[in-house]
Write a protein that binds this ligand. Structure first.
Ligand SMILES: *Cc1c(COP(=O)(O)O)cnc(C)c1O
Length: 377
């Protein structure tokens, strides 16, 4: 049996008819940049984020699409005016994009450790890392689980610091009745193909309850053009647009997202029931969308090798903490600075998890894992 970490082919076959129709419609219209699908997706995604179980929030959610999730984070920092001399607090246990963009706007990433149970930003550490230079916190809803947004927003309000949510792995995750992406000043989504909501190429979005911030992002991401302008540019921006094809793909997939997230939850529950290894603790009040199913093992590398031999596509997210990456050497961090992050990086393992997984596949993985654990004792 061959089981991939994520199987996009299975998903495509499942939605082929709708998807082909949507793509062919874009090809027929040839409106490849800023076609009507783009605005339609922005509106639909904004509505999706303000709706939980059929109940719509009192606040609006504005959405500006862009070329990818990394650009979304960059655009959010630009919208808040983060620049040289500013500090931005975030975690070392995340994908590099979260901190890379802080360097790209000239500011300094300040890393904090994570909680060993949730593997998310440790709010006590955030409090300690605040200095007069701190301008923003980027909270990462890693693996699909929401951060404790009560604590985070309280800290941010008290110190008048901006909050950006990196929701690249958490489309549809809910914290106490409210979707992630609607708490901070701005939130960023990636629609990289393997994400819970994935395009057929690169795509991303910035969302906010603040229309002005989103208007800035829209303008900046489109060569500094304001609405309706073509060769008039009010600011020097960049080119970071979502193409019409990707918007059409995402509109088809958005309709299935809740059902897919439910299936991920069902598979994760099944894993948790049958595996005896420590996994992630989900906080009370949190609905995780299980972007990844991550377990911990002191003999992770051996286990990974064993799974690979059996055709199981396990992975490590992420093997090298950001504070130990050569890319951030200039920040002067050392081994030992973030003990929880460093220990977890050596022990984590992501098992295959995607909505279309068959029970036989889950059972095969569980059986392989159990054999390994059994052999070990
Ligand atoms: C995927 C991801 C990003 C970057 O998104 P891209 O679309 O690949 O640029 C940022 N942050 C996190 C946590 C991610 O998982």
């Amino acid at each position: 049996m061959q089981i991939q970490l994520v199987d996009l082919q299975k998903q495509y076959l499942f939605i082929k008819e709708e998807m082909d129709k949507a793509i062919l419609k874009v090809l027929a219209n040839t409106n490849f940049i800023q076609g009507s699908e783009v605005q339609a997706f922005e509106n639909e995604f904004g509505e999706y984020l303000r709706t939980v179980k059929g109940k719509t929030a009192y606040f609006p959610v504005y959405c500006a699409s862009c070329a990818n999730g990394t650009d979304a984070l960059y655009l959010a920092l630009r919208a808040l005016g983060i620049k040289k001399g500013d500090e931005v607090i975030t975690v070392s246990h995340t994908f590099i994009a979260t901190a890379e963009v802080v360097v790209q706007v000239g500011a300094t990433p300040v890393f904090v450790d994570i909680d060993a149970g949730t593997m998310l930003m440790d709010m006590k550490q955030v409090q300690k890392a605040i200095t007069p230079k701190t301008k923003a916190i980027i909270a990462v809803h890693l693996y699909g689980q929401p951060c404790d947004m009560d604590q985070l927003m309280q800290i941010a309000k008290r110190h008048r610091i901006f909050v950006i949510e990196d929701a690249a792995q958490a489309h549809g995750a809910v914290w106490k009745g409210q979707k992630v992406g609607t708490f901070g000043d701005l939130a960023c989504f990636s629609f990289y193909p393997g994400k819970n909501l994935g395009a057929y190429g690169d795509a991303g979005a910035v969302v906010s309850k603040n229309e002005e911030l989103i208007e800035f992002v829209r303008c900046f991401a489109n060569h500094g053009r304001k609405k309706g302008e073509k060769y008039h540019h009010s600011i020097c921006g960049i080119n970071s647009r979502m193409d019409t094809l990707q918007a059409a793909v995402l509109r088809v997939k958005l309709k299935h997202l809740d059902k897919w997230n439910e299936l991920r939850n069902a598979h994760a529950t099944y894993y948790l029931k049958h595996l005896e290894l420590p996994a992630i603790t989900i906080q009370g009040g949190a609905y995780s969308v299980w972007h990844l199913f991550v377990i911990r093992s002191a003999r992770r590398d051996e286990l990974l090798k064993q799974l690979k031999e059996k055709g199981i596509g396990a992975g490590i997210h992420y093997p090298v903490p950001l504070h130990l990456q050569p890319a951030f050497a200039h920040l002067g961090y050392r081994q030992g600075d973030f003990p929880v992050t460093e220990k977890i990086a050596e022990e984590i393992l992501s098992l295959p998890l995607y909505p279309e997984m068959a029970k036989s596949e889950l059972d095969f993985i569980i059986q392989t894992m159990q054999e390994y654990v059994y052999e070990r004792v």
